[in-house]
Design a protein around this ligand. Structure first.
Ligand code: GAR
Length: 206
């Protein structure tokens, strides 16, 4: 199986994925690393690791979100990509992109979803004062930080933990969970999600 990583930033999750490929924990080919940010360190990491196709596309050069996503899809199609891994990719994907890879796009989010969605999840959890937060790997659907959950891992917040300590703990948990979840997906252990209808609640509650 061939896969692509989409990343906008530092790329520590990408690095963990590259390490897991080398260790044969992930048995698939990382063919493409694509970023929407020219300065993303993830691009540097990809080049250094010898990823065959490392691409930076600039969103401002496209008239619409769909046009930008179509340009990404063109790259993925050319490289025969089977599934897509978002690793700190901070742009919302269009329905066009999601439909093209339905149930084949994985994302990692630094909280125990559905708690603390959004781009400041670690800070929001810390400021809220929760005692346990964590990380989630899920399939991407049309809603932000939403979609069937593949794996989660909890991170405790100790009474003396600072925000920086928490950030470090969360990243450490991510770097373990993402290779694990990608491996499950590749081995076919996660079937296309079935959405179960919840029967409506009827009658009176006493
Ligand atoms: C990670 O913490 C990831 O969970 C988060 O961005 C960071 C990227 O770090 N993603 C989101 O918040 C998505 N909603 P990295 O570039 O070092 O892998």
């Amino acid at each position: 199986m061939n896969f692509a990583v989409l990343a906008s930033g530092n790329g520590t999750n990408l690095q963990a994925i590259i390490k897991a490929i080398k260790a044969k924990q992930i048995k698939a080919s990382l063919k493409v690393v694509l970023s929407d940010k020219s300065g993303a360190f993830a691009l540097e990491r990809a080049r250094k690791a010898g990823v065959p196709c490392v691409v930076n596309l600039a969103p401002e050069q496209y008239l619409t979100r769909e046009a930008f996503d179509q340009a990404m899809l063109d790259v993925l199609k050319k490289e025969e990509i089977d599934f897509v891994v978002l690793a700190g990719y901070m742009r919302i994907l269009s329905p066009l992109f999601i439909e093209a890879y339905r149930h084949k796009i994985l994302n990692i989010h630094p909280s125990l979803l559905p708690a603390f969605k959004g781009s400041h999840a670690i800070k929001d959890a810390f400021q809220f004062g929760v005692k346990v937060t964590g990380v989630t790997v899920h399939f991407v659907d049309e809603q932000v930080d939403h979609g069937v959950i593949i794996a989660q891992s909890a991170v405790e917040i100790g009474p003396n933990d600072t925000f920086d300590m928490l950030v470090e703990k969360v990243h450490e948990a991510e770097h373990k969970l993402y290779p694990y979840a990608i491996n499950l997906f590749i081995r076919g252990k996660i079937k296309a999600p079935v959405v179960k209808a919840v029967p409506p609640v009827t009658g009176q509650h006493r």
